[in-house]
Write a protein that binds this ligand. Structure first.
Ligand code: GDP
Ligand code: IMO
Ligand code: MG
Length: 425
């Protein structure tokens, strides 16, 4: 039995969806454990692309049970839309193979409005959130005033909680942000209108995990975002509002930390970031544009162009440490083709000194200058390569050097978006 956690090692969009889909083949149960529809996880099978925001990336394999864990913040309408889209393609999304934890918190219209209102007011200090209401929903969870999925089955409680929440939200929305206040009865009625479709999906996630484990099946825990968007350890305040690191797979999935046997980090062969925040290896030149076009680096959720830059081994080293990666899947190596040389940031220069770790003071990373090591590039198309030894020497050297620099082995190499364009080492 292998219980694997999948974690983004950088700032998100590392290719977690592709790898989760691939590993789902051998898994009986997939659990998403944090984030919400700020995520966009892309899977490509025989040329057909599927982008998932909430439903776990195991759904394309007919034998899997896919569960949304308690750590997720769920937008009810988005969940149903996503399920409907899959159903229209003949994919079984019945409650027999898809479920939502009763403990997962729901994103309500006021969360989305507050997210947008706050961003609009931040003027020069925008976080560049996805506007999906993620932060405000997690705030309410921590403030103990959140609406949970299980409440959908209790209209009296749901109405009472929404009424209570809106006393405060409406004061903020209309008083401070000059937005239209929301009507509590209408808000509750709109949510309750979705309840008949959602309630059948409510499950005891922990019980399903126990059952799957008792049958000896492999279980996958799918993370969203990336290590450096973690609310504690990321580039605060330019982070998301949940813990994205492996430690939260236990809290957000409903299992003890001892449950996991493999912590797989997903790292892009270069670095990207969407939204604001420090990014030492960002390339604002032709090379950055080359990576963006060749790598199709446009957000799977918002369509925003992703900022692109060289691989940052300092960022990865910290991700290895924080998550305890047993191994790494390196994605998008094919995108580095035809660059005359490849650069890896091995340390920073910060306050006139060489610095091997990320400086922790707020805003400090914006002043860290990357110290690069240069390696030869490659011209061959590697997107059809089936084995590590078939890769050009320059690519193998790059992979090995990254392993040395970050202190973890690279067990999976992805050379194209398709499920099959993957090399297992
Ligand atoms: P996620 O959020 O971590 O699941 O990643 P996204 O789906 O947001 O972004 C990754 C993008 O890269 C998607 O468009 C994938 O189809 C694509 N992709 C994944 N692996 C590879 C790869 O090895 N090579 C190329 N060229 N594209 C890849
Ligand atoms: P996946 O799972 C990349 C970024 C946003 C913004 C910050 C906060 O596809 O890798 P939020 O809406 O979460 O409050 O926004 O986090 N962000 C992501 N960036 N990939 C993601 O998810 C992201 N989810 C949030 O762009 O900078
Ligand atoms: Mg993504």
């Amino acid at each position: 039995m292998a219980n694997t956690v999948i974690i983004g090692a950088q700032w998100g969009d590392e290719g977690k969806g592709k790898i989760a889909d691939m590993l789902s083949e051998g898994s009986s149960l997939i659990v998403r454990f944090q984030g919400g529809n700020n995520a966009g996880h892309t899977i490509r099978v025989q040329g057909r692309e599927t982008i998932l925001h909430l439903i776990p990336s195991g759904i394309l394999h007919s034998h899997t049970l896919c569960l949304v864990g308690n750590g997720v913040v769920l937008d009810p309408a988005v969940f149903l839309e996503e399920a409907d889209k899959l159903a229209a393609r003949g994919i079984d999304v019945s409650p027999a193979r898809l479920g939502i934890s009763k403990k997962a918190h729901l994103i309500l219209p006021y969360h989305k409005q507050l997210d947008k209102a706050r961003e609009a007011k931040r003027a020069g200090r925008k976080i560049g959130t996805t506007g999906r209401g993620i932060g405000p929903c997690y705030e309410d969870k921590a403030a103990r005033v959140g609406i949970r999925a299980g409440d959908l089955d209790n209209p009296v409680l749901l109405r009472e909680k929404i009424g209570h929440a809106l006393l405060e939200k409406n004061a903020l929305l209309s008083g401070l942000y000059h937005f239209e206040p929301l009507d509590p009865e209408k808000t509750a009625a709109e949510l309750l209108a979705l309840a008949p479709r959602l309630v059948p999906y409510l499950v005891d996630v922990e019980a399903r995990i126990d059952e799957a484990a008792a049958r000896g099946g492999d279980i996958l825990f799918e993370g969203a975002q990336g290590t450096h968007l973690d609310v504690d350890h990321g580039t605060y305040p330019f982070v998301t509002s949940s813990n994205t690191i492996s430690g939260n797979a236990a809290a957000g999935g409903g299992v003890p930390p001892s449950f996991f046997t493999r912590i797989l980090g997903i790292a892009k062969a270069y670095t990207t970031r969407v939204g604001s925040g420090p990014f030492p290896t960002e390339l604002l030149d032709d090379t950055g544009a080359y990576l963006r076009e060749k790598g199709h680096e446009y957000g799977a959720t918002t369509g925003r162009p992703r900022r692109c830059g060289w691989l940052d081994a300092v960022v990865l080293r910290e991700a290895v440490r924080l998550n305890g990666f047993t191994d790494i899947a390196m994605t998008k190596l094919d995108v580095l083709q035809n660059l005359p040389a490849l650069r890896i940031c091995v340390a920073y220069e910060y306050r006139g000194q060489r610095c091997e770790r990320i400086p922790q003071e707020e805003g400090a990373l914006a002043h860290a200058r990357p110290i690069y090591e240069e390696m030869p590039g490659f011209e061959d198309d590697i997107s059809a390569c089936g084995g590590f030894e078939q890769l050009p020497a320059a690519v193998r050297a790059y992979v090995r050097r990254v392993e040395e620099l970050v202190g973890a082995g690279i067990s999976i190499i992805s050379v194209g978006p398709d499920r099959r364009q993957t090399i297992m080492r």
